[in-house]
Structures are given as C-alpha cells and as structure tokens.
Design a protein around this ligand. Structure first.
Ligand SMILES: [Zn+2]
Length: 222
C-alpha cells in the first residue's frame, strides 16, 4: 500500500487508466492459492482458503495497478513551465494541504521547462551528495536515505538524479513501470539505452514527445 507518481501521456486519462483498476472484476479464473509453494508452513497446515487444493477461483483484475488516484496530490505542481506558458490544470493537494511545488499537473509537453527541472534536480542531488560526505554517512544510510549506490561517483549519482522521472508511465493505454520494461517497449533500439536505467528511458521517451502532447501527473495509490 503506497502512493506513487504516474505520468499519463495524451488525452483520455480516465480511459487509459481504467483497465488497471483494482475495482474491476473480471470473469472468474483459477490461480494458485497463496499457500502454494510456501515452505515456511507447518506440514499439517490446513488452508481454509483453498481447502488444501492449492487452487483458488478469483475475479481479481490481474492487471491491477491502482485503487485510487488524483491529479497532483502529494506531487502537486510537478511540472515547471516555461515563462509565459499556462497550466492546463493544477491538481488538488494531498492530505496535508501541500502547496504546488512548481506550476502545473496537466500541461503541454512543449510548455514544460525541462531544463530548469533538470538543473534543480542536479543542484539538490549535489547538496545531498555533499551533505552525506560531510556527515560521514555509512553505505546503508547513503543508499536508503539518499539513493547513493556503493559504486556511484559524484557524477554518476548526480546524472541519475537529474532526470525528472515518475514511477510509471501510461502511453497509448499501456502501463510501463520501473523495473518492468526495457527501452524497446517504447520503440527504442535494444542497445540504444541501458534497460536497467528507468530514469534514462523515461527521459528519452518524454523529452522527444511532440510539443502539443498533453501530459498529466497523477498521485496514484495501491
Ligand atoms: Zn491455500
């Protein structure tokens, strides 16, 4: 159960997200019960859910990705706009009434000031890196709190943090997320990008969009 960011590319946000709702019930299908293959259960364990068959019938949407979402939310005002450009929409705040970080949650791709967003990210990554060094933080703290990997140099860390990047992207009704895809999913050549570098894939995909493409930033929950 957590909140995460989703970038929806194009119109019909609701329609593009609909197939991924946890609230959808699909035709009943059989799947392995949670108890199947569990080695940590006692030998005489009797599963109430499947009555020992190891199988269960369910109507749960196997493509579930969200059970709630709103525009903006915790990340309200995600996009920085170029001077003189106007937001199509600024979404509502999260439960703590957060003010917008930048200017918009719905905007045209060509109106977004990506360079400034990248520069801000770079500056903040540089600060985080320097602070972690000054405070002599251990490897674990660096990774969990700052996202600094053991083999990072200052340059590699700042580069990785510099891309604005959402947890998932929905494009043409397809859901893509960190860890689940390679760059070829978006039509990039297989060896064009590092398939493990989601931030870079995200950046290449979004930066090259036609300027009149509508982008929407959602706060999603599952
Ligand atoms: Zn069972």
């Amino acid at each position: 159960m957590s909140h995460f960011t989703v970038l929806v590319i194009g119109d019909d946000v609701e329609g593009q997200l609909a197939p991924y709702s946890e609230h959808i019930e699909v035709d009943p299908y059989v799947e392995d019960c949670w108890c199947t293959g569990r080695e940590d259960l006692p030998e005489d364990f009797e599963c109430d859910d499947c009555k020992g068959t190891g199988k269960e019938t369910t109507t749960y949407n196997p493509n579930s990705k969200w059970n709630w979402y709103m525009t903006g939310g915790r990340w309200r005002g995600y996009f920085k706009l170029k001077a003189g450009k106007e937001a199509i929409d600024v979404g509502g705040s999260g439960v703590f009434g957060n003010a917008p970080v930048h200017d918009a949650d719905v905007a045209l791709a060509g109106d977004i000031d990506w360079e400034r967003m990248v520069n801000e990210n770079k500056k903040s990554a540089e600060k985080t890196w320097e602070k972690a060094q000054e405070e002599n933080r251990d490897v674990r703290y660096k990774l969990l709190v700052c996202g600094i990997r053991e083999d990072d140099t200052k340059e590699s860390y700042i580069k990785r943090c510099s891309y604005p990047c959402t947890f998932a992207v929905v494009k043409d009704g397809e859901w893509y997320e960190q860890g689940s895809i390679g760059p070829f999913a978006f039509g990039f050549a297989k060896d064009e990008l590092d398939p493990t570098n989601w931030a870079e894939i995200w950046w290449k995909l979004v930066y090259d969009l036609p300027p009149d493409t509508k982008l929407t930033l959602l706060d999603c929950h599952i």
